[in-house]
Design a protein around this ligand. Sequence first.
Ligand code: GDD
Length: 324
Amino acid sequence: MRVLITGITGFAGSHLADILLERGDVELHGMERWRSKTDNIDHIKSKIVMHECDLRDASSIRKVLELSRPDRIFHLAAQSFVPTSWSAPAESLTTNIIGQLNIFEAVRHLGVNPWIQIAGSSEEYGMVYPDEIPIKESNPLRPLSPYAVSKVGQDLLAYQYHQSFKLNVVRTRGFNHTGPRRGNVFVESNFAQQIARIERGVQEPVIKVGNLKAKRDYTDVRDMVRAYWLALEKGEPGEVYNICSGTAFPIESVLQKLLGMSTVKVRVEQDPARMRPSDVELLQGDNGKFVARTGWKPQIGFDKTLRDLLEYWRERIGAYADRV
Ligand code: GDD
């Protein structure tokens, strides 16, 4: 089976590549932009057919599909950081929505019909009221950032292309996921990196934070990418599925859990630059629809995920103490 992962050099993409290569029955294709960082896949890059591509360029993705002829596409490439979508809204909308449009049009142009997973997000729900918890797929979408709007756009574009052209698309709405290789801009990874830096003596014992009251529903990235695979194995084309654990933690308690895994004593300081014009305060999902359809269950508990993430940063900072 030929599989193409967009965003293979990123966080979730690299973990999906790991599990697909372990299967032994997949010819794996990936895309990278000119001068992309590839550290996340350096350990497996020789086993992947890499293509240079920029999704914002329609001719570029058409060429990759012609060469790779995938049976399945996992579309994970995106501008994925909420605050960047306020500083660069047009770029976020273009990369996420037009990038996906270019994939769909290339598929139609070539006359192929691969199964395509579209990575939506719990951010699409945005403003959620306490009586709507746990959030089902049928909840209204009330996006609160340009990023969230871009994910709603991707989600609905996928729905529309399925309805109009019978594309075999399965939409996933992933809630927060984390683990080793998580980008250092995201909250739990940023806190773990700061703790590792403080342990190493390269940062004063002050942890900068933003809104600690928000609540998030975390899944280990390794469980999340198993879910992506199952979405195409067993999901219904055109349908949308929440992928989440069903439990939410306040960000404050994520910080306390990480601090509990270290012996450093720190002062916690709010950094106004880390506050958002409008934050999503409460995300706790209902995974019942996906579990009933696929039998998926998260296997890795949140404490292990956080410990693995902290270890990841300890190792990196040990190796590159002068550069992080
Ligand atoms: N990044 C960051 N840094 N967030 C902070 C900080 C901080 O220092 N302090 C508090 N927060 C709060 C944010 O305000 C937000 O409420 C929460 O922590 C989580 O922020 P992020 O880790 O940046 O993730 P996100 O929830 O906005 O988005 C992530 O999850 C989505 C799925 O729900 C990203 O991975 C998205 O790409 C993904 O779609």
